[in-house]
Design a protein around this ligand. Structure first.
Ligand code: HEM
Length: 187
């Protein structure tokens, strides 16, 4: 049964990137296509972080274990959208001009924080398999707590890049704080 729900959820999670591909093919990304792709992939990275963080509180509140079986898939979607987001910047926007990218990382604090968040996601993605969970045991739990830090770095990245703070990053921040507090409270 779980498998039959997982498949539609998997395709639903792919929807944002499929919409982008469709818009690229039909030239519907507007006057600043690269900005639009960065915008959508950045947004979805943050949304998938929130969805992933919500799985454990949902399991504890509803006492239903199936939430946990989706956590890994959503976590990998975080990495997928974060990597697509970063590659849009590195590959399309800067065409792998490493010296300009390096300059940006040093000079623009929002890029530095974004890069740091992506780098921290790498060990989580690499250790997401069931084999690694069994192999690392308690260390796996410790390592995957990095997602809390990553979620906050993602928000800081968003807050630092906007010139005027809008409601959107603040709403994400409030949701993340609630989710982190729920984890502490329902232990
Ligand atoms: C976990 C990692 C990350 C998260 C959650 C994230 C999230 C976001 C979000 C939500 C936005 C705003 C989208 C919008 O509304 O326009 C954004 C924009 C952006 N991000 Fe990230 N990001 C991450 C990593 C990175 C990395 C690694 C880079 C590149 C090194 C990067 C570069 C950018 C750029 C260039 C923008 C657009 C800035 C602008 O509009 O001027 N991000 N990101």
């Amino acid at each position: 049964m779980k498998k039959y729900i997982k498949i539609p959820i998997f395709f639903l999670s792919l929807l944002p990137i499929l919409i982008i591909f469709n818009q690229i093919i039909f030239n519907q990304l507007g006057p600043e296509p690269v900005k639009e792709i960065t915008h959508v992939t950045g947004q979805w990275t943050l949304r998938f972080i929130i969805i992933t963080l919500a799985m454990t509180p949902l399991q504890r509140i509803t006492k239903l274990n199936f939430w946990i079986s989706y956590r890994r898939m959503f976590g990998l979607f975080v990495f997928f959208y974060a990597s697509t987001h970063m590659m849009t910047y590195v590959g399309i926007d800067y065409r792998f001009d490493w010296s300009s990218i390096g300059d940006d990382i040093i000079k623009k604090k929002f890029i530095f924080v974004g890069f740091l968040a992506w780098l921290l996601l790498v060990p989580l993605a690499l250790t997401s398999s069931k084999r690694m969970i069994r192999f690392l045991r308690d260390k796996w739990k410790q390592l995957h707590k990095l997602i809390y830090l990553i979620s906050l770095l993602g928000i800081i990245h968003f807050l630092w890049l906007v010139k005027i703070v809008t409601a959107e990053p603040l709403i994400y921040l409030i949701i993340i704080i609630i989710l982190l507090m729920l984890r502490v409270r329902i232990k």
